[in-house]
Design a protein around this ligand. Structure first.
Ligand code: AMP
Length: 315
């Protein structure tokens, strides 16, 4: 078996045209989608293959942008019909958006067929999309060192039993604080994380937007603040790029989620990637980002979190 560090990350999820309004402005039909944000962050750490579907209206320039960022699109199908569209609005606090409209379009009947090259990833990420579609991808994998997934209120409202079924086969589950409460009915996040973990995942990662993240792994809780960014333009995609940084880092370092140091480093890289995403609309900031900027921000973050002097080996 090829070692995990040589095998790509595979992601399935939405590839979208987003229309978003925030206190800082608005944008219409821009590049978005859970699989896109994830891939745009993950690619800095590990090769990534995207499995998804778009319609005939998906701009060639967006495809070119993604391939130009070294994202493997051999699993992206173009189907008759329109591309998935999401429209949302963030209030002045720039926390959870209000969904104004969701048009599933080609995603509604998309049934992915994985090519042999997609079946043995180091990490498989089932990004936010219909849980039945997530299951279809999962069931075609021959081997993956880690399987992670995400979801959102839209799918919890419609398909909660399918999400619970999926969770029995998942290593890491990402969700945000309001989704954790919605899914479990528990108001306390620690209690919600324990409830979800009892359904199957080895790790539960709860994202709390600007308030950071809470991770339950084995029997330990880890909590980190978000990297503080002054210029938040559009939080769309923060959660997916958090997962992209987190899982890309794990994939490139061997996927041992029992190692708490590796896990914490992965978590911090996830937060760093999310902090860049929110600095622009769509994927703009992730397009222009340089590895040296990630490195620099990671070290600023470490210094910010450190109580004692950071030993040289951690740098
Ligand atoms: P997040 O990282 O949670 O902010 O995810 C943002 C992305 O999720 C946007 O670019 C949307 O296109 C996408 N999205 C919104 N609603 C859905 C949905 N119901 N299923 C899949 N993707 C969605």
């Amino acid at each position: 078996m090829t070692p995990a560090s040589k095998r790509p990350v595979v992601v399935t999820g939405s590839v979208a045209l987003d229309t978003v309004k925030t206190a800082k402005g608005r944008c219409k039909d821009v590049l978005g989608g859970s699989a896109v944000y994830f891939s745009m962050a993950c690619r800095f750490f590990h090769p990534v293959q995207l499995i998804g579907a778009v319609g005939g209206d998906f701009p060639a320039a967006m495809k070119k942008l993604l391939t130009g960022c070294d994202i493997d699109l051999t699993g992206l199908e173009e189907l008759p019909g329109k591309t998935f569209r999401w429209s949302g609005e963030f209030g002045p606090d720039l926390q959870n958006p209000q969904t104004l409209s969701t048009a599933l379009n080609v995603i509604e009947h998309f049934r992915p067929k994985l090519k042999p090259a997609h079946k043995n990833p180091s990490v498989a990420f089932l990004a936010n999309i219909d849980p039945e579609l997530q299951w279809e991808v999962l069931s075609q994998l021959e081997k993956a060192d880690l399987v992670a997934c995400d979801t959102m209120n839209f799918w919890i409202d419609q398909k909660k039993p399918a999400i619970k079924e999926l969770l029995a086969h998942i290593d890491i589950f990402f969700l945000n604080d309001s989704e954790a409460k919605q899914l479990t009915g528990k108001a306390n996040l620690l209690e919600a994380a324990r409830t979800v973990k009892a359904w199957g995942p080895r790790i539960v990662a709860i994202k709390k937007g600007e308030h950071g993240s809470l991770i339950l792994a084995q029997d330990n809780f880890y909590a980190y603040p978000a990297y503080p960014t002054e210029s938040v333009v559009d939080p769309t995609g923060a959660g997916d790029s958090f997962a992209g940084g987190f899982l890309g880092y794990l994939a490139s370092h061997g996927c041992d989620i029992e190692d708490p140091v590796l896990l914490k480093r992965a978590l911090l890289h996830g937060s760093v990637m999310a902090s860049f995403t929110v600095e622009s609309f769509s994927t703009e900031r992730l397009e222009s980002l340089k590895p040296a900027e990630i490195h620099k921000r990671y070290h600023q973050y470490l210094e910010m979190l450190a109580v004692e002097l950071i030993p040289a080996f951690a740098r």
